[in-house]
Design a protein around this ligand. Structure first.
Ligand SMILES: Cc1ncc(COP(=O)(O)O)c(C=O)c1O
Length: 389
């Protein structure tokens, strides 16, 4: 018996067993008990027992952990831990083939977060600005600020959709100052999509040499017929950079893997700013994850089912929920979110931070069935009490 494989099975496979159990599929005797110990950078680090006891509904992670196929691929790749020039499963070629592009159109990152960072380093020097909506995935703006670049932030529409005509107008007005335009589709934190014709409207409506970063981190959860990936625009020769991550549907947030699909000349410029430090385990994990479409379909099914159930219950209690196409949703709590999130934390449930200017909307990631039960119990107790300031 391979001890490492056995240990990793014990540690990780309970998560996918939960998915299969919830979906009424017999997970098999080799799928063992619960456990998922990933953590995230830039946060105070809790102790293991403390962390494991929390319902983690604050970072839009996949609560089930990687499926067996991915665990096996990572475990087998341990044998390359001492090497530099090891076979890597041809991860770049596999991604290129999946999207019908050349390998020169692909750049790997240690998470798609690294690619967003690289976008700033590549396209914002010389006092250029990033243009996007607010609120959105704000790391894009933090990276820009980190390199002393500025952002032009366009407010969302009243129904929390991204205001594409306003983005076009602002891009044209500030044309020479814009380093790139950022579209998050579906948007984090609202979960709302940009319909495919509005993406086209934006690309057709702005000067064609302005790069547009389209962040598809939550692509795999979308079920809306008006949505489409923007990867085909790359083959059309547009200045479009599409990012994807393995942190969400593929449950590899702690392992760090993402990628960009873009025209070869842009990839070349971007690669100068990347670290290229993707480890052997996660490269093999990525290849296995892309193959295991069945596990991803199961994660999508259970996530959408739990999102529907939880949001229906909240709406039944009279709370408005923004229609989401992602593995999280926003509920209007009608009081400042900061103190509400603190109350949740006291009950060992972590929920999203405030996303100004939407300071009365709580972002909740869709966790596993137990976490969602804990969320609803805490929600009812917290909202029954008067608002604390
Ligand atoms: C919209 C969006 N883009 C990118 C990321 C970065 O993810 P990662 O660096 O784990 O790929 C996140 C993470 O939450 C996100 O929500």
């Amino acid at each position: 018996m391979d001890l490492r494989l056995e240990v990793s099975r014990r540690t990780f496979l309970g998560g996918m067993a939960t998915v299969l159990g919830y979906l009424g599929i017999n997970p098999g005797s080799h799928l063992l008990a619960q456990g998922n110990g990933a953590a995230r950078p830039a946060q105070g680090r809790p102790k293991v027992e403390e962390y494991d006891a929390l319902a983690k509904l604050h970072f839009n992670e996949n609560p089930y952990g990687p499926p067996e196929s991915v665990m096996k691929a990572m475990t087998q790749a341990f044998k390359y831990a001492n090497r530099y020039g090891y076979p890597d499963g041809d991860i770049v070629e596999v991604i290129a083939k999946l999207h019908g592009v050349a390998k020169e159109n692909v750049m790997l990152g240690a998470g798609s977060g690294e690619i967003l960072d690289v976008m700033g380093a590549t396209f914002l020097p010389g006092d250029k600005k990033v243009l996007g909506v607010e609120p959105t995935y704000s790391s894009v703006y933090s990276f820009a600020t980190g390199i002393k670049a500025d952002a032009i932030k366009i407010p969302l529409l009243e129904d929390y959709r991204q205001d594409i005509p306003a983005m076009i107008r602002a891009t044209k007005k500030h044309y020479r100052e814009i380093g790139f335009v950022y579209l998050c589709n579906p948007n984090n934190p609202t979960g709302r999509i940009i319909p495919r014709q509005e993406v086209r409207q934006l690309l057709d409506g702005i000067p064609e040499d302005v790069p547009v970063l389209i962040d598809e981190a939550y692509h795999h959860f979308v079920d809306h017929s008006a949505y489409a990936t923007s990867i085909p625009y790359v083959a059309e020769g547009r200045q479009v950079i599409v990012t994807r991550t393995f942190s969400k549907i593929a449950a590899l947030a702690g392992m760090r893997l993402g990628y960009a699909i873009a025209p070869a000349d842009l990839i070349k410029q971007m690669q100068k700013h990347g670290t290229g430090t993707i480890n052997a385990l996660v490269k093999w994990a990525g290849v296995a994850a892309l193959k295991d479409t069945q596990s991803q379909a199961q994660v999508k099914r259970i996530t959408l089912e739990l999102r529907r159930k939880t949001t229906a219950e909240l709406e039944g209690m009279g709370y408005q929920v923004i229609p989401s196409e992602a593995n999280f949703f926003m509920v209007h709590v009608r009081r400042p979110v900061g103190p509400v999130a603190d109350e949740f934390k006291k009950k060992k449930v972590l929920v999203g931070r405030p996303f100004p200017p939407m300071t009365e909307h709580l972002r909740v990631s869709v966790g596993n069935p137990d976490e969602m039960r804990r969320f609803m119990t805490a929600f009812k107790e917290i909202m029954a009490a008067p608002a604390s300031s």
